[in-house]
Design a protein around this ligand. Structure first.
Ligand SMILES: *Cc1c(COP(=O)(O)O)cnc(C)c1O
Length: 388
């Protein structure tokens, strides 16, 4: 018997074998020619994945939270005003980070599973004076997908720098930085980018870099200061070396492999694959009589699904049973509804087989919990949606 579960949480995810073998290769010097080439290429590819031809990529050792921290530390000066389009847990977090760097923060909040309307955000922006507006592209605590194009256009209209938390979206959902007017976006390696945890990827567009260069005070974080990393990123991209902090050599090799695979698949084909698998999972969940946290399909993400536990099933019993059936899923994260739902990640190298295995394991677990349903109903609906 296979002695490990299928990992279907919103990061870390299942990784491609070629990516994992790059992780296990002997570690080179960070100055070795093959590493310089891999890092340089990974930076070029990062710019492509973020769809920001004139952006400056930063690949840093750290997690997605470092991406959030770097965006805030480099853009905010004490007293600046910041608007958080808040759809849950990570909106709350970026609000705390912005405040840590001295910003006066206003939140436009939605009920769990909802999204603030563009009109509400515009009303807030009209009040004026926001230097920064942040948006969580996919809110991992609710599975809600923001209308980032619409929000970014508003941010641009009212003169705010638009920061997108793309940790649960980049390389799984379409995120067109340049075309949409997103000034900073970031993600983490362990989500749709498909590399074990440990790297933050951030791209700063020209307006964000100009705002950074115009600062009157130094960035509030030493490690995250773009001024420290910019010469390093520029050097490696020019296939030269420079030092500030030792790069995560094996992770960068693995990143370059994964980014190569992503571009090989093609961004649009990859987004379409995510959408198709998402439709299959969501159809399977619905056929089993479970609701979902996003208040409508139109605002549901394609990188994850957030099903509500069905009536009569205790969440604390269900997830261990799903794990017993061979698939690891995640519990709730949004404080207001934490015990009412669970989370399925389906991003990166995810396949139809993974989606069906997940729905099958959920069916097995529901049966173990004594829930009445037609066995196979979820699988049939998933397969039907996939083939439609
Ligand atoms: C996972 C996640 C983060 C935090 O990333 P870490 O790597 O856990 O620090 C931030 N924002 C969103 C939307 C996420 O999904």
């Amino acid at each position: 018997m296979k002695n490990r579960n299928l990992l279907m949480i919103p990061g870390p995810i299942e990784f491609d074998p070629a990516v994992l073998s790059a992780m296990g290769a002997p570690t080179t010097s960070h100055l070795a020619p093959n590493f310089v080439e891999a890092f340089g290429q990974a930076l070029e590819r990062t710019r492509q994945i973020f769809q920001c031809p004139d952006g400056q990529p930063f690949v840093l050792a750290g997690t997605g939270t470092l991406g959030m921290d770097a965006a805030c530390a480099n853009l905010v000066e004490p007293g600046d005003r910041a608007l958080v389009v808040n759809t849950g847990y990570f909106g709350d977090r970026i609000g705390v980070i912005l405040e840590r760097y001295g910003a006066q923060v206003t939140h436009v909040k939605a009920a769990p599973g909802g999204h603030p309307g563009l009109d509400e955000v515009e009303t807030a922006l009209k009040a004026g004076g926001y230097k920064v507006m942040t948006v969580t592209h996919v809110d991992t605590s609710t599975g809600v997908l923001a209308d980032l194009a619409g929000l970014a256009a508003l941010g641009q209209r009212y003169g705010a720098l638009v920061v997108a938390d793309g940790v649960c979206s980049v390389a799984g959902e379409d995120l067109r930085m340049s075309e949409w007017g997103v000034d900073v976006a970031f993600t983490a390696s362990q989500k749709a980018v498909g590399v074990p945890p440990g790297l933050a990827l951030l791209v700063a567009g020209p307006r964000a870099l100009a705002a950074f260069k115009a600062r009157k005070t130094p960035a509030g974080s030493y490690y995250a200061d773009w001024g420290n990393w910019l010469p390093v990123m520029e050097a490696y991209e020019a296939r030269k070396t420079a030092y500030f902090g030792t790069p995560a050599v094996n992770l960068v090799f693995a990143l370059n492999v994964s980014l190569g695979q992503i571009l090989q698949e093609g961004l649009q084909a990859r987004f379409a694959r995510h959408a198709r698998i998402s439709r299959a999972v969501k159809a399977g969940i619905a056929a089993l009589g479970m609701g979902q946290v996003p208040l409508s399909d139109a605002i549901a993400a394609h990188t994850m699904t957030a099903p509500r536990f069905p009536a009569g099933v205790n969440g604390a019993d269900l997830l261990p049973q799903v794990s017993q059936a061979g698939v690891t899923l995640a519990g709730g994260l949004h404080a207001a509804i934490k015990n009412e739902y669970f989370r399925i990640g389906h991003m990166g190298a995810v396949s139809l087989g993974d989606a069906l295995a997940t729905i099958g394991a959920i069916e097995t677990a529901l049966a173990a919990c004594g829930y009445a349903f037609q066995p196979g109903a979820g699988l049939a609906a998933a397969q039907k949606a996939y083939l439609a």
